[in-house]
Design a binder for this molecule. Structure first.
Ligand code: G1P
Length: 298
């Protein structure tokens, strides 16, 4: 007899996507930042694929008024597919269908830009009362290779509570992130978290371990989000809600990610991600590599 399937640790993945994308203006006047492509795939589809791969069944995208194109990207596209089929472009049909087939998508609206903590709180009603934990994926962050959420789920099974993803950054860059105070566990890649602070000055940062945009949160976070006040930047910070839970004895751990990461949230990071993926692409890589080499020597 085969083993009964293990209950997945989480069913819903929340993707906050309500920002104005100011760093990508003027493109983001009409195109949501989350739909900007890496080669030809929008960043948010890559993040949806990561969530689905980790076992999520529902993607809750937190959007703001005027960003309907995000949900449209995941909607049924049978008309376009029929047109492509009629033209014999079957491989394109697969590409077009992928977003819709990956995962069930629901959107919730954040009416006012009150911060990441507030955005996550907007997903509360869409998460079932039986769901003890849920994932959050920030679509600006690509964490590579994928798979860290699965490791985070295993850590929650062992230690309970909430599990975040950390990566080591140079101290000079630390003030862009949520930063952890940690101690070791018996697994070198897993640390226990004793405190978390949003965007500290470099000299005040408790470590160089920064939050990397992947969270597996116990639903106790919603109650904590109700109790925080505006923090860094005058916004309701997810970091402050996590810190509040820690101060009340809720277990929090991080998985230290030793792989790569791209920040799609600013043009500089986006260009890097694009070039990185293009260099590995069988169609575009060889040409790009030769051109880049000549360009750099030119
Ligand atoms: C957010 C979080 C921060 C985290 C970062 C990762 O900051 O508030 O804790 O380290 O994402 O990218 P933001 O980049 O939205 O300023």
């Amino acid at each position: 007899m085969s083993e009964p399937a293990r209950a997945p640790t989480f069913r819903s993945a929340v993707v906050p996507a309500a920002g104005l994308g100011t760093r990508f203006l003027p493109a983001t006047k009409t195109v949501p930042k989350e739909l900007l492509p890496v080669i030809a795939t929008p960043g948010i589809e890559m993040v949806a694929a990561e969530a689905a791969e980790a076992g999520a069944q529902q993607l809750l995208i937190v959007t703001s008024p005027g960003k309907d194109a995000i949900a449209a990207h995941f909607a049924d596209s049978s008309e376009l597919e029929a047109e492509l089929k009629a033209r014999g472009k079957d491989s394109l049909v697969q590409k077009v269908r992928r977003a819709h087939d990956l995962i069930d998508v629901r959107t919730v609206t954040q009416d006012e830009p009150k911060g990441l903590g507030h955005a996550v709180g907007c997903a509360r009603e869409a998460i079932g009362p039986d769901e003890e934990a849920f994932a959050v994926l920030l679509p600006d962050d690509l964490v590579l290779p994928t798979g860290v959420l699965t490791k985070m789920a295993a850590v929650r099974e062992r230690h309970g509570g909430s599990v975040l993803c950390a990566f080591d950054v140079p101290r000079s860059e630390i003030s862009a992130y949520g930063v952890f105070t940690v101690s070791d566990t018996d697994d070198d890649d897993v640390k226990q978290v004793h405190g978390m602070v949003e965007k500290p000055a470099p000299e005040e940062a408790p470590s160089t371990l920064a939050a990397a945009g992947r969270y597996l949160l116990d639903r106790a976070i919603f109650d904590a989000l109700d109790r925080i006040t505006p923090g860094s930047g005058g916004e309701l910070q997810l970091t402050d809600a996590v810190a509040l839970l820690i101060s009340e004895g809720h277990p929090v751990h991080v998985v230290v990610h030793r792989g790569g990461r791209h920040d799609l949230g600013n043009p500089g990071g986006y260009v890097r991600a694009y070039v990185d993926f293009a260099l590995d692409d069988p169609d575009y890589g060889p040409d790009l590599r030769a051109w880049l080499a000549a360009r750099l020597n030119g």
